[in-house]
Design a protein around this ligand. Structure first.
Ligand code: NAI
Ligand code: MG
Length: 367
């Protein structure tokens, strides 16, 4: 099989970190067990400079036709003054909207070599590998009514509305079970059914989806507040956590910070499966932005971007062995003490973006 990837490096450190993914792609193509065909296009500020739009219609068409999109980062001070609807972030928002990316995947992985940099004790997080699956297009961020009204007596009233319909919960639940199958086979669903009707429905629909063909996966329900506590107390009890937009926003930020620096964190967003092929639209990107303060200096950590590609191998293509291999190469590069400046401890020397990419490719060769 040949997989079609669209690379959208974007602005700032985006092209620098994407350059290291290209080395990794070259390595996999040479190895021959899977083959990747890439196209490249503009997104963000560079697209605005070229076409006056944060993403062109042609680039959008290419994204829709690809098996997966790898996205670098967008934005920077150069575009601070551009009109709101064509600002760099508008490119990412259009991709998310047109590809209907409703499922946001945020892993929390702890590489043993960096375990002492965490705020938690080494034994709590060493070897941690969990995945938070956040519903991204529904819930309280979009529900109506959403307003602030004047009450006339100097008081105001603010309303946000949490709304979930069956189909929205069902599709994220199914995504969670399928992801769990490529991992350790366990899903923990988090809501607050004790105080929220949307929590009652969430719990019910997740259980129904589970009964409908996913009984090979273990399902556990947990109240989201207790879940937050468990996430910090003993995170290794989890495999995949599936939760709504608001709880997912908070829990994924907490989980990410258990383990490390912004330069290390990958993410993914998935759409619904195509009714004919079963394939999901997907976009993989690091959590960090374009880092204008270090752009052009060759100092950016490429690991978040490379780990985003490892997620693509696992979750879009089912290439579990290749994904494991790439994650192992990252881990053993760190074991050797190699660090970019963002993860170098006191007294440790740092290498640049390209040297880190080369070291990871050399590890791939050695494994
Ligand atoms: P940022 O994530 O770009 O940078 C925050 C800090 O972390 C900076 O000191 C940066 O040097 C450091 N950092 C980030 N990634 C790194 C890496 N791979 N290696 C080493 N150090 C790294 O966030 P910031 O500064 O708030 O935003 C900068 C620009 O990026 C803005 O224009 C913002 O709008 C945009 N942005 C874009 C995102 C995206 O494309 N998805 C997400 C977040 C911000
Ligand atoms: Mg957040």
């Amino acid at each position: 099989t040949t997989y079609k990837l669209l690379l959208l490096p974007g602005d700032g450190i985006g092209p620098e970190t994407m350059g290291e993914v290209k080395k990794v792609l070259g390595w996999f193509n040479a190895r021959g067990t899977a083959s990747f065909e890439t196209e490249e296009d503009l997104v963000g500020g560079c697209a605005y400079d070229a076409h006056g739009k944060a993403i062109s219609d042609e680039a959008m068409d290419r994204a829709m036709a690809s098996d997966a999109v790898l996205f670098g980062a967008v934005g920077g001070p150069k575009w601070d003054g551009v009109p709101y609807d064509v600002r760099p972030e508008a490119g990412l928002l259009r991709l998310r909207k047109d590809m209907e990316l409703f499922a946001n995947l945020r892993p929390a992985i702890c590489y043993p070599a960096l375990a002492d940099a965490s705020s938690l004790k080494r034994d709590v997080i060493e070897g941690l590998d969990i995945l938070i699956l956040r519903e991204l297009t529904g819930g309280v961020y979009f529900g109506e009514p959403k307003e602030i009204t004047e009450l006339g007596n100097g008081q105001k009233r603010a309303v946000d509305t949490q709304v979930y319909e069956t189909y929205e919960i069902d599709r994220i639940a199914r995504a969670a079970f399928e992801l769990a199958r490529t991992r350790r086979g366990k899903v923990t669903s988090m809501e607050k059914r004790n105080v929220m009707k949307s929590g009652v429905l969430w719990n019910e629909v997740v259980s129904q989806a589970h009964a409908d063909g996913y009984q090979d996966v273990e399902l556990e329900h947990m109240l989201a507040d207790a879940g937050g506590m468990q996430l910090v107390r003993w995170p290794k009890q989890f495999d995949v956590i599936v939760t709504d937009n608001l709880f997912g926003d908070m829990l994924s930020d907490v989980a990410a910070m258990l383990t490390g620096s912004l330069g290390m964190l990958p993410s993914a967003s998935l759409g619904a499966p195509d009714p004919e092929t079963g394939k999901r639209k997907a976009l993989y990107e690091p959590v960090h932005g374009s880092a204008p303060d270090i752009a052009g200096k060759g100092a950016a950590n490429p690991i978040a971007m490379i780990a985003s590609f490892a997620m693509c191998l696992r979750y879009s293509f089912g290439l579990v062995e290749e994904a494991d291999l790439l994650e192992k190469a990252i881990s053993s590069t760190l074991d050797k003490g190699l660090r970019t400046s963002d993860i170098a401890g006191k007294g440790e020397s740092a290498i640049g973006t390209s040297a880190m990419g080369d070291a990871i490719v050399a590890e791939l060769d050695a494994l």
